[in-house]
Design a protein around this ligand. Structure first.
Ligand code: SF4
Length: 589
């Protein structure tokens, strides 16, 4: 098997999740991952593809998914066999604060001379703390690290003309005497023209390393191969708990305005993905952010695409826009985050749109044939108390029963806590008192330790002026129970499914109380023993807590994925490209 120059490793949230007894709660109910957060950031594939264009061999190994898929999979044995010029580890989302560091430690233990680099939003925020850890050699900062990682790899492999460490943009590194250097974030491209976001790298990697298991984005992906198409890096909005908000991008990544994917390229990405996957394509970012001209060009370019496409709206839309989406994409789903039914809470969160216009948007979508309309509400918002959460659930009854009057129930509300962590770099994290928040963890190390607490109540890194951690947990389970019953009542889900979800919520509620009791025991060893004893029940309650994850899936028919075929096509095409060259070589020798 060819040796990779750079191995990009994706760690599980908590490295020892197969041994630890942790009630994760509903932290990942609304994302494709399990609570292990096995899905790797899209940036791993763009970095890999970018470096491959310059002659480097890059291999992605999703350790998290491999550990999830097999109890016998031994990450240490795999890492021992790898001999790249460098390891790269993503610490993009904070829930990886434990696993990413443990994996780095393992790389250093097994290969003390191979440099370890970190990247991602959280790495950028905590670059100084990370670089002081013995297992980390470099942190590549910023929202676009393809070029800086390339420059670093050229340096590490001694390529002619390689830059010195001091000249590599966005790099945090250490002088031999331990002095920390943080080079300026001078690489922040204005658009996304430099990257390919169509998973062609993944197809190529499957062919080259004959290792489909390591590039699978999340458990169950082969059965539901949802992919993401990236329209933008950055955002025009400023939601208070979001580390991807406009102010966070400016402060952390030196990004003054969003970098957009050219609309025609975005449409082409979607078509390219369709060559290997019939699964839904989720367009990340509201396509209206770059303005009307962008929206029109994209919808013209993608017009007629038959596969399922999921779009997200960050605020209300007029009928004309919804009509253009419906005309362009016959199989479209909309996702809207309302956050709360309360305009006051929503405004305090940084989304000042009113109920009237957003309800009109939902009506237009239902009238004009949306396949699914997913509406998201969150718990843990500014100015939101326990009663406000329950009122949100009552509002969901109005949405499902009155607003969606069609025979097929297409409007599906979801409610979930902001958990386990509010993002470092978000307005709330930077200014907690101003927004009524209190944090239990501030540093990377504190977050790392929080992740191995036995239930999500103790992992939560915050509470608010309006709800403490107990109330956030209680309101989550109660809202989950009520919404689940409502969905069954309104015919959105089957009674049988609602029964299963209710049983899971009640079980999780009992377990969280049991963990609280165990935590009140002073004897640490006895505490650990009791927690170990309830691990089987905890593991059982860790998937799909307040709703069934499958509720998020848009319906699909027929063959969903043809990655192996796409991989063999890739090999064929490569051989075809090489053959005439080989023949010429033979003739001229
Ligand atoms: S949560 Fe708000 S700030 Fe963050 S990406 Fe979405 S719209 Fe932008």
């Amino acid at each position: 098997m060819p040796r990779a120059d750079l191995v990009l490793l994706h760690a599980p949230s908590v490295y020892d999740f197969r041994k630890e007894s942790i009630l994760y709660g509903p932290v990942s109910d609304l994302v494709p991952s399990t609570p292990v957060f096995e899905m790797y950031p899209i940036g791993l594939t763009t970095i890999a593809e970018y470096l491959e264009r310059s002659g480097f061999r890059v291999r992605i190994v999703n350790l998290a998914v491999r550990m999830l898929n097999s109890d016998r999979f031994d990450p240490e044995a795999l890492i021992r066999k790898l001999e790249p010029a460098a390891f790269g580890i993503d610490l993009h989302w904070m829930p990886h604060a434990h696993g990413a560091i443990e994996v780095a430690r393992m790389c250093k233990k097994l290969h003390p001379d191979i440099p370890v680099m970190f990247g991602g939003f959280s790495s950028t925020y905590y670059h100084e703390e990370l670089i002081r850890r013995p297992e980390v050699d470099f942190v590549v900062r910023g929202d676009s690290t393809e070029e800086p990682v390339l420059k670093l790899m050229q340096h590490l492999t001694g390529r002619p003309g390689a830059l010195s460490l001091a000249d590599i943009p966005n790099l945090t590194w250490q002088e031999p005497d331990g002095t920390v250097r943080a080079n300026e974030i001078s690489y922040s491209p204005e658009n996304l023209d430099h990257v390919l976001i169509d998973y062609s790298y993944v197809v190529k990697a499957v062919a080259r390393y004959r290792d489909l298991a390591s590039v699978i984005p999340f458990k169950g992906w082969l059965g539901y191969p949802i992919t993401a198409a990236l329209s933008v890096r950055g955002c025009t909005h400023n939601c208070r708990t979001c580390g991807g908000s406009a102010t966070a991008f400016a402060a952390l990544h030196n990004r003054r305005r969003p970098a957009y994917r050219a609309p025609e390229d975005l449409a082409q990405d979607i078509h390219n993905i369709a060559r290997f996957s019939k699964g839904p394509v989720f367009i990340l970012g509201d396509i209206r952010q770059a303005g009307d001209e962008y929206t029109d060009r994209f919808l013209r370019a993608v017009h007629g695409y038959q596969g399922p496409v999921i779009l997200e709206l960050f605020q209300d839309a007029d009928r004309g826009f919804i009509r253009r989406v419906a005309d362009a994409l016959p199989n479209w789903t909309l996702e809207i985050s309302l956050e709360s039914h309360s305009e006051e809470v929503r405004k305090a969160f940084g989304r000042p749109f009113k109920n009237g216009p957003i309800e009109d948007t939902m009506r237009y979508a239902l009238e004009l044939g949306v396949q699914r309309l997913d509406i998201f509400f969150m718990i843990g918002l500014p100015k939101q108390d326990y009663q406000s959460v329950m009122d949100t659930v009552d509002y969901c009854r109005y949405l499902m029963a009155d607003l969606d009057q069609g025979p097929s129930r297409r409007l599906i509300p979801f409610i979930s806590p902001l958990a386990p962590f509010l993002d470092p770099g978000s307005p709330v994290f930077e200014n907690p008192e101003r927004y009524g928040y209190r944090f239990f963890a501030r540093s990377l190390e504190e977050h790392r330790q929080a992740l191995v607490q036995p239930s999500w109540k103790y992992v939560l890194n915050y509470e608010t002026e309006w709800m403490n951690r107990d109330q956030i947990v209680d309101s989550t389970y109660e809202a989950g129970l009520r919404l689940n019953r409502l969905k069954a009542e309104c015919g959105v889900i089957e009674q049988v499914q609602a029964g299963r979800t209710e049983a899971r919520i009640l079980k999780a509620r009992r377990l969280i109380a049991q963990v609280d009791d165990i935590m009140s025991i002073q004897d640490i060893e006895r505490r650990a023993k009791l927690l170990r004893a309830i691990k089987p029940q905890i593991d059982d309650a860790n998937l799909s807590t307040v709703c069934d994850k499958a509720e998020l899936n848009v319906p699909m028919r027929g063959i969903k994925l043809n990655l192996p075929r796409a991989a063999s096509l890739f090999v064929e095409q490569t051989l075809r490209r090489l053959l005439p060259q080989n023949r010429k070589d033979v003739v001229t020798r």
